[in-house]
Ligand binder design. Structure first.
Ligand SMILES: [Zn+2]
Length: 315
């Protein structure tokens, strides 16, 4: 799932391209009975209204809160996009096409969209086009989402701070305001919780997921199941520093493309080439002087990767 560095990369790059462009039309093939009556374009009724509200509006900026991309448009209104598992936004030339798709074991002809330019947009991870914004410069902003878990909705009054998906998010660990005092206060809320799960709990800290929590804990030498109450003030300070460092490193590398994530031009990010621990199960630990091996364990429903030697449980 895209985490803070991937969502930042997308929002930042889109902010260099989209401001000033008008949304000419919108198309989607998301349609899920589960979402009927909910605030989500997967409800066709909701989408109809969404379309009415956004067509003809100019995009003002692109931003990020937590793992959400926000497209601020005239109104003011805000399009909220949570990429969830496999979603990512792409920008370029697209055209309508007749495609084939498997549905209940049957190959069906369906109408869809394909990239109308050679290069990275042709990458197979970019080919699951579920949502298309046609823009006034003849190009398109599209959402590729193989597993269809992404969420898209409209905040009609532009009051993002009151929106239910955003108002309960914890503070952003990449900001200056997120200091040792803030971090310690958060950890004190769950003194006997498991540190990996706490780092990933969006209501406590926003933006961190599986990859960057594993990397930060490895760097600090903390077991993913460690209880915050066992951590010294010094360790907490070191963990905070490492969280900020790995997230910034992720941003510098254009995000992580271990899974489906791609940047808006269709190219992969590069952080996956710099993992010290994530998905390195049974490989030798890369820490200098450590002869440990990377282990994998499910912690609170998520897989944690850690060194069996320099990340021991304190108690
Ligand atoms: Zn080690």
């Amino acid at each position: 799932m895209p985490e803070l560095p991937e969502v930042t990369t997308t929002a930042k790059k889109l902010n260099e391209i989209l401001p000033g462009l008008e949304i000419v039309s919108v198309w989607t093939n998301y349609n899920s009975k589960y979402f009927y009556g909910k605030e989500n374009i997967k409800d066709p009724k909701y989408f109809l209204n969404f379309k009415k509200e956004v067509v003809g509006k100019k995009i003002k900026s692109s931003d990020r809160i937590g793992k959400n991309v926000l497209l601020n448009i005239e109104g003011p209104k805000t399009i909220l996009i949570h990429m969830k598992m496999t979603g990512h936004l792409l920008y370029g030339k697209y055209k309508r096409a007749n495609l084939e798709e498997m549905s209940n074991g049957i190959r069906e002809k369906v109408f869809g969209w394909v990239a109308d330019e050679s290069g990275p947009l042709q990458d197979k991870f970019n080919g699951y086009i579920r949502l298309v914004f046609e823009l006034s410069n003849g190009k398109f902003l599209v959402l590729s989402d193989a597993r269809r878990f992404a969420k898209v909705c409209l905040i009609k009054d532009g009051k993002i701070n009151n929106h239910k998906d955003l108002k309960n998010l914890g503070p952003d660990p990449t900001t200056k305001k997120f200091d040792k005092k803030t971090f310690t206060k958060i950890l004190n809320k769950k003194p006997d919780g498991r540190i990996k799960n706490i780092l990933m709990e969006q209501e406590l800290i926003s933006g961190i997921g599986n990859i960057y929590s594993d990397e930060a804990l490895w760097l600090t030498g903390i077991h993913p199941e460690e209880k915050p109450e066992n951590l010294t003030a010094e360790k907490i300070g070191a963990l905070l520093k490492n969280i900020k460092n790995v997230l910034n490193k992720g941003i510098d590398f254009g995000g992580d493309s271990t899974s489906d994530y791609r940047q808006p031009d269709g190219t992969p990010g590069n952080f996956q080439k710099h993992h010290k621990v994530y998905r390195r199960k049974e490989e030798k630990c890369l820490k200098k002087g450590c002869d440990g091996t990377i282990a994998r364990k499910v912690v609170g429903g998520r897989s944690a990767h850690f060194c069996d030697t320099h990340q021991k449980l304190i108690s």
